[in-house]
Structure formats: C-alpha cells, structure tokens
Write a protein that binds this ligand. Structure first.
Ligand SMILES: NC(=O)C1=CN([C@@H]2O[C@H](COP(=O)(O)OP(=O)(O)OC[C@H]3O[C@@H](n4cnc5c(N)ncnc54)[C@H](OP(=O)(O)O)[C@@H]3O)[C@@H](O)[C@H]2O)[C@@H](O)CC1
Ligand SMILES: Nc1ncnc2c1ncn2[C@@H]1O[C@H](COP(=O)(O)OP(=O)(O)O)[C@@H](O)[C@H]1O
Length: 532
C-alpha cells in the first residue's frame, strides 16, 4: 500500500527537515537532494530517448522551466547537475525572481538562464529565437510551481502554461515534473485551468494524493517518490499494489470444503438482460468461492448452467449477496429481498447497476455494514440525485474522489466508483485507489463480471470470519478484486497484440482465474506498482 498525503501534510513534515538544514548552515540540502533525484530521472529518460525532432540534433539537450519558488530552485540545481555530467541544459525563467543560489550553481555549470518573464504580456514565447531554441529540447524539466501554488493560476503564468502545453503536445517534448505537474489541482485530484502534462513526476518526501487521484494523476504520468526521511502520520488516501492484492487472496488448504470457502448468492440476469446473469456468475466463479447460488428466470438459469454446471439454482445459506446486474422490473423484488436479507444479517452485499435504485430505501432501513455500491460515473450522479445531492455526471467525472466520498457518506456504504481508475471510498472518507486498467476493458458487461467477482471474494471473506479465522481487511480485499479484474481486462486485451485489442466481457471473466493464479506467486512486497 502506498500512502498518499495532502500537500499541506507533506509541507508540514518537510518544514521540520528544512529547519534542521538551516540550523546546520546548509539551507539547500533538501533541494539539492531533490534535484539529484530529478537529474537521475532525466538521465533515465535520455537513456531511452531517440531524437524525434526535424532538426536532427542528437546530443542530449534539456530545458528547465523555472518558476519563482523552491520548485524552480529544484529545477535549476537539477540543470546544474546535468550540465556537470555533460548534458546541454538551458533554463527558461518564467518569473523575474528565481532562487538565487540555485541560479548561480546552474550558471557556474554553463547553463544559460533565459528571461522569458521579460516578454511583454501577449507576446508569444515563440517570438524569441533563444526561447524557440530552448523549447525545441526533447526533454523538459517542469519546475514552474509545485506544492507552493495557492489558488487558481494567475495571469500571466496561466497563458504561459497554455502556450507551453501547446508546444509540448505539438513537438512531443517529454516532461519530467518536479514534485507535481504545474497545474492548479486540489488534493482530491480535481484540476482547474491550464496544466503542463508530464510523462514522469519525481515527488518529494511522500506520495501526494493529487498524484494518485484522477484526473490530476493522469497529468503526472509515472510517479517516483524521492524519500527525504519525512516523518508522516496516517493518510486518508492509499494506492493498492500488486503485492497487497496477492497477500489478500486466501489459498484453500486440506481442511477446506465448499462451505468453508464461502457461498455467494446472486440475483443476476433477467428476461430483458439474460447475459448479465452469465457474466456475473462467471465473475463470481473466478474468485474461487465454494458455491454459487443463482436466483434468476429459467431462461437465464439455463444459459448459466450450460456454461457453469456447478451453479446451484435453489435458495439456501449464503455468505455474501449480489444484486443489480441485468435487473429488470420482473427481478426487482427478488433483488430487494436478497439485499434486505444481506443488509440485516451483516453479510457483505454488492449492489450494482439497476440495483442501485434500491439504495435510498435500504439506507432508510439500514444498509448493512459491509455493503459496497459499484456505480460508474453516470450511475453515481443519478444516485446522488436520488439521495438529495443533485450532481451532473460531468462533475462526477471531473471530481471522482470528491463525488465518491460524498456518495459514500450520503449512502452510509462503501462506494466503488468505476472508471479508467476505480476508487473505493468509505463512509469515513478514506479512499483506496486501484491502478488504471486497459481502456479495452470498457465494454458492456465488464461491470457485471466485476460485481460477480467481488461477491465471490466477499463470500470467502465472510466464511473466514464465521469460522473465526484472522480476518482480512475488507476494504483492501474489495480493492484487490478491482485490481485483479483490471489485470484480467489487460491480460485479455494484451493477448490480442502489443497495443491490446478488442475484447468482450466474457474474455475478462475467462482471464480472471489465470490472473489470480499468477498473482498468488507475487512475493510479499516484491512487485512493482502497476499503472501508477
Ligand atoms: N521546502 C524545501 O526545502 C523543499 C521544497 N522543495 C520544493 O519546493 C517546492 C515548494 O516551493 P515553494 O513553497 O517555494 O512553492 P512553489 O511550488 O515553487 O510555487 C511558488 C511559485 O508559484 C507562484 N505561485 C503561487 N501561486 C500562484 C498562483 N495562484 N498563480 C500564479 N503563480 C503562483 C509563486 O509566485 P508568487 O506568488 O511568489 O508571485 C512562486 O513563483 C516543492 O514543490 C518542491 O519542489 C523540495 O526541494 C524539497 C525541499
Ligand atoms: N477507459 C477505461 N479504462 C479501464 N477500465 C475501464 C475503462 N472504462 C471502463 N472501464 C472498466 O470497465 C468496467 C465497466 O463497468 P460498467 O460501466 O458497470 O459496465 P456494464 O454495466 O456494462 O457491465 C468497470 O470495471 C470499469 O472500471
């Protein structure tokens, strides 16, 4: 698990270190350490860089974009270190005041500092031949602003950022951001106004929540944390890693049988949407519960039994419930009954798709301690409206973490807000982030597979709890399920070609067992973070 903190939390922790560095008579110690990490990252980009510019220049050239704060100081020191190692560097200063000692260090290594701030307002960066030359560098360091940005970005910097982003996307410059991409983003990942998109970000001291939460996380690219030995407290946001997911899957032993491994009860599929019953069932089966009980119309049951003959279509004891996939008016009552039973019995309950309509009445009767709502952005907006917090879909898409938190609080249940990155929010405002999956996964029925998979995992979790076995963290288990589903989507798409290829929901369901099996072999703490 990678904890992610607000900028204020990191700045507070950093301040103690900065005071210590001042007391030692070396005020820039942390800054130089940060700059060395940035220089290393730039060298890593240079190592695999093939010149892509029409000028055909091949020597390593880097342009540092420098703002008026310590973020700019980091960039200047990074440029000085790179220049010392033979990399040709130019600094483009966007503020009349830049960090003096860092500027001196850069100039001593032959880094030219170009005064972009001296251009008149409205005069484009491209009007200066020196700036055109500097910005033609294939690699940029973004030291315009980091954690010190206050409020929305003011003019003239806002216009300069728009210009720079235009040049970057036109020329394909590869940006290494220092601490965070230059943008006005909230700690919850919402972005207002212009931004400079990075391919990589080297963040100082600790992971920041804005680098973990979409849409801001998408502007940060691959994030590396440069440790500064900060003393951080607990965080409300965390990113799940593969090794976490691996540790949460329980491998059955000789003492296990079908009841010890959990029974998942599904109300899924209908005359109107028969396929959802099959997809949810195959999803559940992929999680390895001991048994699946399916309550569905005969047409759906026949379809499911042809593919999964072990499924039981009679009622009986269950350890987790799923309602919603493929629900229509005919199956609504069965869904309502299962949801009410699970909620009142303390069983894990997954509520997906059409079943989300049941949430207002469930909330009023008691929604259950282990209930997970699994809306996509449109369903989340509709549910927020039904709970009295009318919110357009676009706002949910632009502020997914905030929306998920509000919904979890209003509903009194966990909310898994699905999207390219899926976020699990708890009613007490914590968020678990799962890595971005393959965009090929966004097909009809993929959510049915996920809902079934989560119900299968939850049934095993509850069975363990009933037997008094050490309980696994329920939130982390649900997030692990989301990660495994995303990996299955990526594996299915990846089998089509190097850039992936079209898949159906059935392909995701079929990929779940081998992906889960592969994950079990991941050593504790041994895997790289995926997709962040
Ligand atoms: N402390 C340390 O030892 C360490 C700190 N570290 C580094 O320092 C960074 C924090 O540095 P910081 O606090 O100086 O702020 P920073 O991100 O450079 O931004 C300030 C600049 O932004 C500008 N600006 C602000 N708001 C604005 C707005 N709305 N619209 C427009 N402009 C606005 C502001 O302009 P001004 O308001 O002064 O005119 C100023 O020019 C941190 O992210 C990390 O990289 C690391 O080296 C580790 C050690
Ligand atoms: N761009 C994307 N990248 C990765 N995964 C995606 C993307 N878009 C959607 N998904 C995933 O696909 C699934 C779609 O679920 P959902 O919208 O409920 O579909 P359905 O209701 O048709 O089953 C979710 O797990 C979601 O996270």
């Amino acid at each position: 698990m990678i904890p992610a903190f607000t900028r204020a939390e990191v700045r507070r922790a950093e301040a103690r270190q900065v005071r210590a560095a001042h007391a030692e008579g070396d005020p820039d110690r942390l800054m130089r350490s940060a700059a060395r990490a940035v220089a290393e990252e730039v060298k890593d980009v240079l190592a695999d860089h093939r010149p892509a510019f029409p000028d055909g220049k091949t020597e390593p050239r880097v342009c540092a974009l420098v703002g008026g704060g310590d973020n700019g100081g980091d960039a200047l020191y990074a440029a000085s270190f790179l220049a010392q190692q033979g990399v040709s560097c130019t600094a483009v200063c966007l503020s009349p005041r830049v960090h003096e000692r860092a500027r001196t260090a850069a100039e001593e290594q032959g880094v030219a500092c170009l005064p972009a701030h001296a251009l008149a307002e409205g005069e484009p960066l491209r009007s200066s031949p020196g700036l055109v030359e500097a910005l033609s560098c294939p690699i940029w360091i973004d030291g315009i602003c980091g954690t010190g940005l206050v409020g929305g970005i003011r003019e003239p910097l806002a216009s300069r950022l728009r210009e720079l982003e235009g040049i970057r996307s036109e020329r394909g410059a590869r940006v290494v951001a220092i601490d965070a991409p230059s943008a006005s983003s909230g700690d919850d990942g919402g972005i207002e106004g212009p931004l400079l998109k990075a391919e990589r970000t080297v963040t100082m001291g600790a992971m920041k929540s804005l680098l973990a939460l979409p849409p801001a996380s998408r502007a940060a690219g691959r994030v590396r944390v440069h440790e500064l030995g900060l003393d951080m407290g607990p965080s409300t946001v965390a990113l799940l890693e593969e090794s976490d997911a691996a540790a949460l899957i329980r491998v059955p032993g000789p003492e296990d049988h079908k009841y010890t491994r959990g029974v998942a009860g599904l109300v899924a599929g209908s005359q109107t949407y028969p396929g959802a019953g099959l997809l949810a069932t195959l999803g559940a089966q992929g999680a390895g519960p001991g048994m699946i009980r399916l309550d569905a119309p005969t047409r759906v049951a026949d379809l499911v039994l042809a593919a999964a003959p072990g499924v039981v279509t009679r009622g009986g004891r269950i350890q987790a419930g799923l309602v919603g996939p493929g629900m229509d008016d005919e199956t609504r009552q069965a869904a309502r009954e299962l949801a009410g039973f699970a909620a009142s019995s303390g069983l894990p309950l997954i509520i997906d798709a059409g079943g989300l309509d049941l949430v207002p009445e469930l909330r009023d009767k008691g929604i259950g301690e282990f209930t997970v709502l699994t809306p996509h952005a449109g369903e989340a907006a509709a549910l927020l409206g039904a709970l009295g917090r009318t919110t357009p879909r676009w706002w949910v898409e632009d502020h997914p973490a905030e929306a998920a938190r509000i919904l979890a609080r209003e509903a009194g249940a966990r909310v898994l807000l699905k999207g390219a990155e899926s976020l699990l929010a708890t009613p007490d405002s914590r968020i678990l982030v799962t890595p971005r999956g393959s965009a090929w996964t966004g097909v009809a029925g993929a959510g049915d597979v996920l809902a079934g998979f989560l119900a299968g995992l939850a049934a095993g979790w509850k069975a363990d709890q009933e037997r008094g076995l050490p309980t696994r963290d329920f939130n982390a288990l649900i997030a692990a399920g989301v990660m495994i589903h995303a990996l299955a989507g990526a594996a299915a798409a990846g089998s089509r070609g190097p850039l992936g290829g079209p898949i159906g929901a059935l392909d995701i369901a079929r990929a779940l067992p081998p992906v889960l099996g592969r994950l079990l072999a991941v050593p504790a703490g041994g895997a790289d973070p995926v997709g962040y």
